[in-house]
Structures are given as structure tokens and as C-alpha cells.
Design a protein around this ligand. Sequence first.
Ligand code: WT7
Length: 663
Amino acid sequence: MATDETTSNKPQTVPESSISSVLSEKRKFPPPAEFAKNAHVASMADYERLYAEADADPDTYWGGLAEQFHWFKKWESVLEWNSPYAKWFQGGKTNICYNALDVHVNSWRKNKAAIIWEGEEGDQRVLTYGELHRQVCKFANVLKIAGIRPGDRVAIYMGMVPELIIAVLACARVGAVHNVIFAGFSAHAISERVNDSRAKMIICADGSRRRGSSINLKNIVDEAIVNTPSVRSVMVLKLTGDTVHMHDGMDHWWHDLMGLASDECDPVEVDSEHPLFVLYTSGSTGKPKGILHTTAGYMVHAASSFKYVFDIKDEDIYFCTADVGWITGHTYMAYGPLLNGATILMYEGAPNYPQWDRFWDIINRHKVTILYTAPTAIRAFIRAGNEWVTKHNLNSLRLLGSVGEPINPDVWMWYHKVVGQERCPIVDTWWQTETGGIMVSPLPGATPTKPGTATRPLPGIAVDVVHKDGTPCEANEGGYLVIKKPWPSMLRTIYGDNERYEKTYWSEFPGMYFTGDGARKDDDGYIWIMGRVDDVVNVSGHRLGTSEVESALVSYEAVAEAAVVSRPDEIKGNALVAFVTLKDEYVGDMKLREALRNHVAKEIGPIAKPDEIRWAKGLPKTRSGKIMRRLLRELATSNEIKGDVSTLEDFGVLENLRDSEED
Ligand code: WT7
């Protein structure tokens, strides 16, 4: 739940009743025959068989997947489960960097492109597996020269450039624990994370390019390290040429040290449970949680889920638009693809730079075959207008993915039609920073999809929807999404805080991991995420998930995006307030407001009719693109915001909203 404002730090409080589900979506899309023909999993029967096998004997299933990696020493047991603490592949020794690089360098893939990088200004670099390996080995030697030892924590703070992946892999190679901090975060956020993990080193760039200008990252690091006694050295990559102050004894240029380092570096043979990385997620209150992932289990699930969900083939060019500062970037930009020997398209900048067609232009020029992005981006593209997409040839695309929030059915349909040209399956992937990898998703050659649902759990993943007392919900009954069995890429703890780990995830439903999400399973066993349980709105005694009401609003032609919250109301107890962003060509007025209210009444029933609709030029979002309903709740209630806004992406949005009175 990196930067997920909708995830609270407290144990989730689960009210008595279950959650009412009001949305019904009937459209269904079988996998295209052409796609299924060559898919790794080619039919629903194959999926069902795999799922049943994994369910009956998880050790054999996960053990079988683990066999496919290089082990310096094989494991003795697949899982030791001392609830809620897991040890996977105990007794084994491996190295994830070795499996992501050396394995391919020792094969025909040596000269295959690992990373095709495009800078915001259009500059390009291609790193083959051989070259990436060389750079990683050199930088691993730099880390060693700088005194980094296995287990030491290293913070990484830089934009989307190949060196970010090089730094991550070099840490893994020497057994250091990386902590990537999104390059949009402040000095305070850096020192908070660095202090919590007691990081010994910070790796940064002089600056990061964004929409034609640059942000001086090194200055921000300078400000942060005034308060971080654990930091011994700062490595600085020269990228933008921003003016920086290099402090003697503390700061070092990346290129100076790389110039001295050998390109041979044996990987450290680490235990399976050796910590791999900490990634901080911010809750609505309190300090961020350092989600700890370890080596072997994470490796096994990152690689296998990537292979099956994205149906990866050697010919693919895979474009993931997430930042490496988030878990999606860790698992499906870096580790998952590299472990599979895939080719990654990495883009440095903003989707609308210089114009709204940047992604489509990239896809056309590089002949991208798989695109993995987020609903927030798709909604922005819809708002900007179809012509930005349709003017490019997207025939190379064969598969589309979505992650981060529930994708509204009508947004799904747009993605399917306008981007996928009704040819590409869509994998709507549900997972969390804590789960390390995808938990619920279609397998694109097997699972018939329905707009708005992540469909079925992957083999080996025991998700369920339960009542407050932990008993399973009936089909179509809304409840709480839990995971009933340990899985290899699960978080191991919150860094340095086992108590908080137990309280946050394992106290609400004894013996089960609580995700914090509301969901329902339909008659086909498909999981429909209804939003965070903390965001549930209460209307006339019914508890509704935000995503259903929002999807009803978004299904109206004029609407680009919507967020729904409830506020106390003297008469009704609770009133439903909808913040609505219109597509560029529409204007919000009384008539449209009434039409929208009626539309919601028609789509899901009068109970969900918003009491108030406020026009919003934009919605407040976290830096990873999630709507911050908590802030909207405050606005709707008191028209002012007192809560923590440190993870908010764009402050201007709040100012605009404060002014957005009813007309
Ligand atoms: C929360 C986790 C997983 C990587 C990015 C976000 C929401 C995520 C979906 C989806 C509906 C989704 C959930 C989840 N979420 N994917 N496909 N459908 N909701 O990671 O920041 O840890 O957030 O994002 O609420 O719990 P994260």
C-alpha cells in the first residue's frame, strides 16, 4: 500500500454489518482464440486444474516453481509457518540478482535487450543483458568499496533511469537491503524512511527531469541528511547537470567510482529469508510502515506471476508505466521481467509530455506488445480525448494490464476498445505492496474477463470474502477480502515492528491476512473489489463500497472521474457527496447535476443517489495516483482540511476544490 492514503495504520476496524453490493455488470469477454492458442495457460480447465493442485498441495506447487531458479544450495523445506511468520525455502542459498542477470548472460540472451530506455526529451539507451550485468557488477563493487555489507540498508532516491535498476540489482547482488524512495518525496519523507531503516548510504542523482524542467534531488538529499545520523556516504549520479554541492568525505560521484571498479563481482550467496528490500507505505496517520520482503519467496512469486499473468514471450516488449519507487515498479518493472529474461521498455517521464500522446507514440515507435498501467492514467487519457490515441498505430499491442485501483467498468471498456482495439485481453491485477506480487488476476489466455473485476485468484493464492466473524460470504454478498494461506512473496513483517505487523494485518480475522479491502465474489467466483473498507459510505443504513457508486457516475458520458464520500447529515444521518470531474468538453450545471443523480438512481437504485454533487477540476491523489477520499471527506464535512497532506501529489487541486461551491 505504498503511499496508499486509503490504507490506515491502525488495525482495520470492521463494523458489524457486511457491505451491500449494488453494481451488476453483465458483459463478458472470452480470451481471443488467437491469444489462447499460444498462451502459457490456454484454457479455464487448465487454470482450474492448476488451482486445485496448488490448493491441495501448496508445498509441491511452490516447490515446483522454485526448482526453476539457480540455487547455490537447495532448500530443505518449502514453508515453515509459525502464524503469522513465514519462512520459505529454508536452508536454501540463492541470489536474486544472479537469477535476474547471470542466468541470461550465460545463455543466448546475453545480447538481448534487457532495458530499452527513453528519456523525457526523447534520448534513448538500450542495455543488453550483458551490458546490464557489467554495470551491475561494477556498481556492486562500488558498494563494497564504500563499506556496504550484507544486511546493510541502502536508500535509493532517483528518477526513472536505468541506473535506478542498476542500483537496486547491485544491492541485491551484495546482499544489501534496498529502500527505494520515490523521487517526488520531500526531504522530511527521506529522513523519516532513512532513519526508520537506519540506512548507511543514499544513492541519488543530481536531478530528475520532469516535464521539461528538472528537480534538484541532491539538494533535497542534503536537506534530509542533516537529520540522518546513520548515513555514511551519498552516491550521486550525474544526469541533469543541476548544480550540486559535493561534501568532502561524504559525497561521491557515481562515475568517479564506477571508473575505478572492476566489472567482475561474485554474487553473495544469501539465505532464502535474507531481507531483500524495505518499501515504505504511508497510512492516513502515524509513521510510514516499512514493508519487508525477503529473497527467495519474493523471487519465486515475482517471476512466476509475471510469466503467467503477462503471458511473457521472448519476443515481447513490455512497457510498465509505474515508477520503481512503488511496488509495481519493483516487481513488474524490474525483478519479474528480468527474472524471465524479458525486454523492458522504461520511460523516464510524464504521460502528457510534450503532449497527451506520449505513451501511444512510444508504443508505436518501439512496437510495444504489452502495456501495464493504472486506472488513474487511463481516466486522464479518456479526459484528454480519443484522438491522441487513435492517431498512432497500436497494432503491436497484444495484452493490456491495469493495477492500483478498481477500474470502473466503463473505463475498462474504453481501454478495451480504444487502446486494445477489441483484440487485446485486459488483465486487471489486484495486489498490494504487502503481497509483493499479483494475487487476483485473469490469466489472459484462459480467463473470460468482465469489465471491473480482477476475476480469480492465481494458483496457490487462497483469497476469500468473509463476514466480520470470518465465515465466508455468500455469492454476491459484500464483505472483507482476506488471504487464508501464506504465499511466498508475502511481507514478512513491518521493519522493526512485529507488533504493528500482527495488529495491522492479522488481528481482525484470526489466522487470516486482512487486506483492508471490501469485496464480493460473484456467481463465477470472480472477485469484485469494492474499495478500501475505511472508505465505505453509509447511506440509509446500507454500507456501500465507494467503487460501485463511482463506477455508476463514470458510466455517464460526460464524466471523466468521480470520488464518493459520506458526511454526517442532521436529517438523514449520512449524506452522500460526489466529487465529479467532467470530460473537457462538458460544463457542470444544475441540469447535468440532476441528470447524473437520475443516472445513478437508474444504474444502481435510488439509495445511491448522491445528495450533493460537486464539480471538481481534479481530485486529490497520492503520488501513486490513488484518490485520497479522506481529504474529500474532510472537505465535504467542514470545507477545510486538517489532516496530513504530505502524500498529496498536487496542492492546487485542494485549493480548487475548496472553492468549488454548489452552483
Ligand atoms: C491497494 C494496494 C498493487 C500495486 C499498486 C498498489 C488497491 C490495487 C487493484 C485492482 C482494485 C486495487 C486495493 C489494494 N488496488 N490493485 N486491480 N482493483 N483495487 O499497491 O499502494 O499497496 O495499494 O490498491 O485497495 O489494497 P498499494
